[in-house]
Write a protein that binds this ligand. Structure first.
Ligand code: ZN
Ligand code: ZN
Length: 315
């Protein structure tokens, strides 16, 4: 399929590029909703998630947004390892919360009748409120990860990629993941939201996260006014700080409108993305990188530089 340029209206390709994002979201939400209706929400969420991965891998080949981003970057192992360690950390946190009795402290807040949460409202409305409330915490967690240097150390791992595609969706340093999950989910738990709302928020976050990083040619129009679409997120990965310090929303883009960080120019987002600083290529080095002193960082950077000029590879 040819690459669609702005203003080019070529039959099926053109219309398909409009339908891709809303169509995939609608299918994934419908599958998950069916799972909730028969009391198997997690199983059907997994079905939807696997469907989305397969569909996007296929579409990335069929209709890529950037041909250049299809070239290998040597980060597949690191991307997958970060995804697994981040998810493992969250699972570990849930287990630890139960072990130390934190859930017993939280449960009275979340029991029906307690807290401010409108539990008698339709679940679809509660899920939307859940997204808006959690998004406030996610927005600030993400924005502070860019503005506070000691949080940026961890978030830089996510931004150090030089191409966007679905395999780097989960590339987050585990500390970075921990901060956003604790704040994004914690605010819902403290507001007294039922578990079903938390599960819906987690499901939508997983679907939108996968879509925002995919390398598929899509069009969004007014969708980018409400949701964090791939079009908006590509600006967020720009090398230019004036562009990357924008579009902090994870699912909804509401708080970017309110706090003045929304960016959606008419022209195409940059192909060259990443950070203006060194990041080691190996997963284990990326894990320890945020904890290193400036002197140790310089030493590791020098070792990488030496290895890139030496005949054998650095290990
Ligand atoms: Zn970011
Ligand atoms: Zn990203």
């Amino acid at each position: 399929m040819q690459d669609l340029k702005e203003g080019q209206h070529s039959g099926f390709d053109y219309w398909f590029s409009w339908l891709t994002w809303p169509g995939l979201m609608l299918i994934c939400i419908s599958i998950t909703a069916y799972g909730f209706s028969i009391d198997y929400p997690i199983m059907f969420f997994n079905v939807a998630y696997i469907f989305l991965i397969i569909a996007l891998l296929f579409l990335e080949r069929l209709m890529p947004h950037e041909q250049q981003w299809r070239l290998p970057d040597g980060q597949n192992f690191a991307n997958i390892a970060h995804t697994l360690t981040s998810k493992g950390t969250v699972q570990g946190l849930l287990f630890f919360s139960t072990v130390i009795g934190l859930t017993e402290v939280i449960t009275p807040v979340t029991e029906p009748g307690n807290g401010l949460w409108p539990r008698h409202w339709p679940m679809a409305v509660q899920a939307i409120i859940g997204l808006i409330v959690s998004e406030f915490a996610l927005y600030w967690a993400h924005r502070l990860s860019h503005e506070w240097p000691w949080l940026w150390r961890f978030h830089a791992v996510h931004h150090s990629v030089t191409k966007l595609w679905i395999v780097n969706t989960g590339r987050f340093h585990f500390v970075d993941s921990l901060v956003s999950i604790v704040l994004g989910t914690g605010v819902l738990v403290l507001a007294g939201a039922p578990l079903e709302v938390v599960k819906w928020q987690a499901s939508i976050t997983a679907f939108i996260g996968m879509l925002t990083h995919c390398n598929v040619q899509m069009r969004f129009a007014c969708l980018s006014w409400f949701f964090n679409t791939p079009g908006l997120h590509r600006w967020h990965h720009s090398l230019e700080l004036a562009e990357s310090d924008r579009n902090y929303g994870e699912n909804l883009i509401l708080w970017d409108h309110i706090f003045g960080t929304y960016l959606n120019p008419e022209h195409r987002p940059p192909t060259a993305i990443g950070i203006n600083a060194f990041m080691p290529a190996k997963f284990r080095h990326q894990l320890i990188w945020p904890f290193l002193s400036e002197a140790s960082k310089k030493k590791m950077e020098a070792a990488y530089l030496l290895a890139s000029t030496a005949p054998c590879t650095f290990d």
